[in-house]
Write a protein that binds this ligand. Sequence first.
Ligand code: SF4
Ligand code: ZN
Length: 311
Amino acid sequence: MSATSRKQDAPVCSLCGRPAVIFQPVSKRHLCAEHLIAHVDKRVAEAVAATGCAREGGRIAVALSGGKDSTALLVSLVRALPSDAKARLVAITVDEGIAGYRADTIRAAQELTQRLGVEQRFISFQEIIGKDLDTILAGQENRACTVCGILRRKALARAAHELGATVVATGHNLDDEAQSVLMNALRGDLFRMLRDPGSGNCDAFIPRIKPLAAVSEKEIAAYLFVQGIFPVLPECPYTRYALRAEIRSMLSRLENTTPGTMENLIRAKKTLGKFCQGKTTKEDLHPCRECGDPCSGDLCQFCLLKLSLGK
Ligand code: SF4
Ligand code: ZN
């Protein structure tokens, strides 16, 4: 095949005819760099607009790990928000204390906020519980992601409160959402799958949004790549203990052979949610007996963890 005919065969954007950089298997669209950026930015702008936060002078705290997803989220938010609302953006970077991993991602996060001119707050597990994750986990590494998740939520909530945030935005993407649906199904935990992290009647609750929840990991990687951003970072050493890692590779394989698998899982969850509306979907939150943070039991997960660690 000649170079010319290869060129002619190269996929073009379904919207404008320019060279395509990605194919969206469900909508069967090819998109060029410009339309991919517009597609992602639109999703993010819509998610933020739905909170009314930019309009009402609220403050958006972005959970910025420095990895691909949170980097894409911050880049997109900075572009999506009008300049007065942009000034109220703040990035929160949590240092879990994971040797050989976190230093690089923290550096990447710091370079990004400096380049974008966004205020950044750091908070560490050391600050909230007096130990880093590596120390807490010694001998029980298989609990890594559960413990890390509880402490990270606490750290984020504390920093968000201190900064006067009215909403917390996280970089969860479509792949993450599909993995969560399947993980909860495999655990038989329908309540967790369908729960709405609603505010109940607890004042301390700060709503969370996931503006990238409908954007796939592949789209996010391409979104960053076409803008010249290539965060090549180490992987957390505890990933190998996580059920999520297995689910992730299984779903990626399925998505390749059966495009749309991930979106179908999310659609199935939404349909199930409609059937169960008013039954299991609303979490009844109230203040934790120890720390006052919103929780659904007597003690929050963080205080239960502290007790189990003898703190
Ligand atoms: Fe924490 Fe697990 Fe993510 Fe590592 S892989 S940062 S332990 S949640
Ligand atoms: Zn508590």
